[in-house]
Structure formats: C-alpha cells, structure tokens
Design a protein around this ligand. Structure first.
Ligand code: NDP
Length: 433
C-alpha cells in the first residue's frame, strides 16, 4: 500500500491473490528467497501518454493513455484496452495484475498486460472515435508487436475501435501484422467466436461447476449484469443451455423480462443502435425497466456479474442469498467485493473468480493469433469446440489445485495458486530479470 498509494483497486486485487497463496509459499521457500511476490507486484514497464484529439466542432480534448506491461515470463504481454472515464493508472494495474494469472491459467504462452484511456466514447460520433483511436495508437504503436505486446478490447473497446486502432497501426508500422491486435473483423484476420468468447466461456465454466455437484444450467433462473459484449453472449449461451435469463442492466438501470431476455432485440438495441437498456423494455411486451436500483434485487439461482469492478457488494450478496442463489460466476473482472465474496462463501454458494471464469475471451484471442500465424480461418463450430476445451481445462486446473491444497471446491484458491505456480516457475527458471 505504501508503494502504491491511491490505487485501491490494485491493492484489492493484490490482497485477494496474496490471501490464497500462503499454503503455496510455505511449500516453496524458493519463492520467498527469490522475492517472486515483490517482482510480480511491480510491472515490468508502465507507459503513460498524452492523447490529444479534435471533436466534430473543432474543439481540442486531451485524454490520458495507459499501457501497463506487467509480466512477460510466459509470453508476450496480452490484455485488453479499456476506454471509460473511470480509467486511471491504478485501475489499469489491477486489470493487468489479474491478467497475469488469468493468462497463466489458460495454459497458453501469454504474459499479462492491460491498457486504456479515460476517454468516454459514449455520445461520441464515429468520426470522433476514429480520431481518438488514431491519436491513441500514434503513441502506442511503438510498444506493440506480435512477439512483444498484443492488445484487445475491453469496456468501451469493441469491433469498431479495434478497426480504427489496427488501421492506424498498419499505417505507422508500414506492415500488415495481423498478430499485433486481437478482436479483428472476420474479413481481416479476426476469429469466429471471439466476440462471443468471454460470455460463452463464463457460461460453459458455470455449467461445469454445476455438473460437479450433479446439476446443470437447464431450468436455472439467471441474472446477468451489464448489457455489453460479455453480458450479451452470456445471455445467449445460458439460453442455449436451457436457462431463463430474467434480467440484465446498464449503468442507468435494469430490465426484468420474466419470459426470458430476447437476445436478438438486446443486440439490436445495444450493439447496433448503441442505445440505453431502457429502450429494450419499451420495445418488448411484458418487460419492465427499473431506473437506478440494483439488478441483484431480482431473485435468481445463477448470477453472472458482467459489467465492471466492485458492482456486487455485501448487501447485494445477502439479497442474492435470500433469493436462493446457488452459483455466482464472474464475467467481469473483480465485480464482487471481498466482503461480498465472504458472504457468498459462508452461504456455501459456488463462486468462480473472473480470472478463471472469464478467461475464454483472452484464450480465443490466442486462437485468433494461431489462425493468423497459419493463415487460416476456422469454422464457428471448430472455434467453439476449442473454446469449450480451453474452459474445461481452466476449470479442471483450478479444481486440481484446490484439491492439492486441501480446499476442494474453492475456485478462488485454485485459480490463484494454479496461475501463480505457472508464472512463478517460469520466473524462477529465467533468473533475475
Ligand atoms: P462493454 O463496454 O461491452 O460493456 C460494459 C457493460 O457494463 C455495459 O452495459 C455498461 O453499461 C456496464 N458498465 C460499465 N461500467 C459500468 C459502471 N461503472 N457501472 C455500471 N455499469 C457499468 O464491456 P465488456 O462487456 O467487454 O466488459 C465487461 C466486463 O468484462 C469488464 O469488467 C471487462 O474487464 C470484463 N472482461 C471483458 C472481456 C472481453 O472479452 N470483452 C474479457 C474478460 C473480461 P453502460 O453502457 O451504461 O456504460
């Protein structure tokens, strides 16, 4: 805390991991001797830069850009870019730190990094977003490369933004280097299922957790928070597996739709029209919109927080428990506060941390890089099958590590320990760098 003041999210993410690691540390004294934890908590490189751009009225704006290249022991830095007014260095560091363990858990060769800007794309025209992305990439491009650092999307960065970012990279580098960014369009190096991957992956992870206790998603009542990329495809996959998704939200309110959220309408409103979630309720008979309030007031058996950090607090967790929740699986990064996690654990709710449950997105990014390297393009079915195998692998690695440390069913401990052991092993083998 002394070394990173004013970075509460980063401190929270580090403490959550450290909490789980004491059994692993006592079994491996070499970790302490080589100061692996201290090295892990200090990013390899942090880039902070000015992003000036001009709006449609000719006015000049100045935003701040970030890229935190956290750890490359396992491969090139990999992690998304977030464009949201709440972005600051501490937020990017928390996301980058989580990303190290998440990427390690996939079993793939990727290090951890994250970036973004305090730019708010909401209400901005396409041309303004284009100019912003070009200015942002004008600085960032010199730090990227398929063997160095490979960004992707996150909050506020979807297909449109990735397009503008890739275009500017290609122009500045004078190179068509597909592997430099992921989440690309299908006609220019993208992978099928990348758009769906994080949401689908989280639901597949949930299904596997339920199977372990002799249940399934079929017939479950699901609530998803958010209505962005992760949320939309969580809704779609949950429906495919027989669940009814009765509510979702955005930062202004939530909708309750007892017949089950209509994914096509949700995509039309949020992805195509970039409208508020209230518009969904206006167009769907039987659905109602609740301004403000909490989506966690809607009773459910499965909760999939898929909006942002610290969106599910202890009060919300108690409400969920009273409503009969059996599973909480994090689609977003660190959406559940530490107090809320304690409430859920005491109530014996199955809980999956984001670094395991939402790793389907980054894993499919690596599948995109593989297809780019082989100059090939897989079918939807093939890419989805690969995603299912990756999620099963992540689940089982967490499960195995939790059992090995005498805490069966503890996915938090399992994810932290399994991710840590892989990174720490690589750091030890590679010496003091
Ligand atoms: P999007 O920008 O597509 O959607 C974000 C959604 O969350 C929107 O509905 C947004 O509402 C809501 N939201 C964002 N910030 C807040 C806030 N402060 N309070 C309330 N609601 C908020 O982002 P993604 O779906 O891509 O990302 C969602 C989460 O999933 C993030 O935590 C991200 O880090 C994580 N994640 C994403 C991955 C990906 O592949 N995209 C991969 C792994 C994790 P509004 O429109 O009103 O702002």
């Amino acid at each position: 805390a002394r070394r990173n003041p004013d970075e509460p999210e980063f401190q929270q993410a580090v403490l959550e991991v450290l909490d789980s690691l004491s059994p692993a540390l006592s079994r491996h004294p070499e970790y302490a001797r080589e100061r692996i934890l201290e090295r892990l908590c200090e990013p390899e490189r942090q880039i902070v830069f000015r992003v000036p751009w001009r709006d449609d009225q000719g006015r000049v704006h100045v935003n701040r850009g970030f890229r935190v290249e956290f750890n490359s022991a396992l491969g090139p830095y990999k992690g998304g870019l977030r464009f949201h007014p709440s972005v600051n260095l501490g937020v990017v560091k928390f996301l980058g730190f989580e990303q190290i363990f998440k990427n390690a858990l996939t079993g793939m060769s990727i290090g951890g990094g994250k970036g973004g800007s305090d730019f708010d794309p909401k209400g901005r025209s396409d041309t303004e977003v284009e100019r912003f992305c070009q200015s942002f990439m004008t600085e960032l491009h010199r730090h990227l490369g398929e063997h160095t650092d490979v960004p992707a999307g996150d909050i506020g960065v979807g297909g449109r933004e990735i397009g503008y970012l890739f275009g500017q990279y290609r122009r500045l580098a004078n190179r068509w280097e597909a592997g430099v960014i992921t989440g690309k369009g299908l006609d220019w190096g993208g992978s099928r299922v990348r758009t769906e991957a994080t949401g689908y992956g989280n639901v597949l992870f949930t299904q596997r957790m339920l199977e372990r206790v002799g249940q399934s998603l079929d017939g479950q009542r699901v609530v998803v928070s958010g209505s962005g990329n992760v949320a939309i495809y969580s809704v779609e996959k949950a429906r495919q597996l027989g669940a009814t998704v009765v509510a979702c939200s955005d930062s202004t309110g939530h909708v309750v739709d007892e017949r089950g959220i209509d994914v096509d309408l949700l995509r039309q409103v949020k992805e195509v029209e970039r409208e508020r979630i209230s518009v969904y309720a206006e167009r769907r008979t039987g659905a109602r919109y609740v301004e403000g309030g909490s989506v966690w007031d809607v009773p459910c058996t499965v909760a999939l927080p898929s909006a942002t950090q610290n969106e599910l607090d202890a009060d919300a967790a108690r409400t969920l428990v009273r409503g009969g929740v059996k599973v909480v699986s994090e689609g977003a990064n660190m959406p559940t506060t530490p107090e809320a996690v304690r409430v859920l654990r005491e109530a014996k709710v199955l809980f999956a941390p984001g670094k395991a449950a939402n790793a389907g997105g980054v894993a499919t990014s690596v599948l995109e890089m593989r297809q780019n390297a082989r100059r090939t393009s897989w079918s939807f079915e093939h890419a989805e099958q690969e995603l299912a195998e990756v999620m099963a692998g992540i689940h089982d690695r967490c499960e195995e590590a939790a059992e090995r440390y005498g805490a069966p069913g503890d996915y938090v401990l399992g994810a932290n320990v399994a991710g840590f052991e892989r990174v720490a092993g690589a750091m030890l083998a590679q010496g003091l760098v």
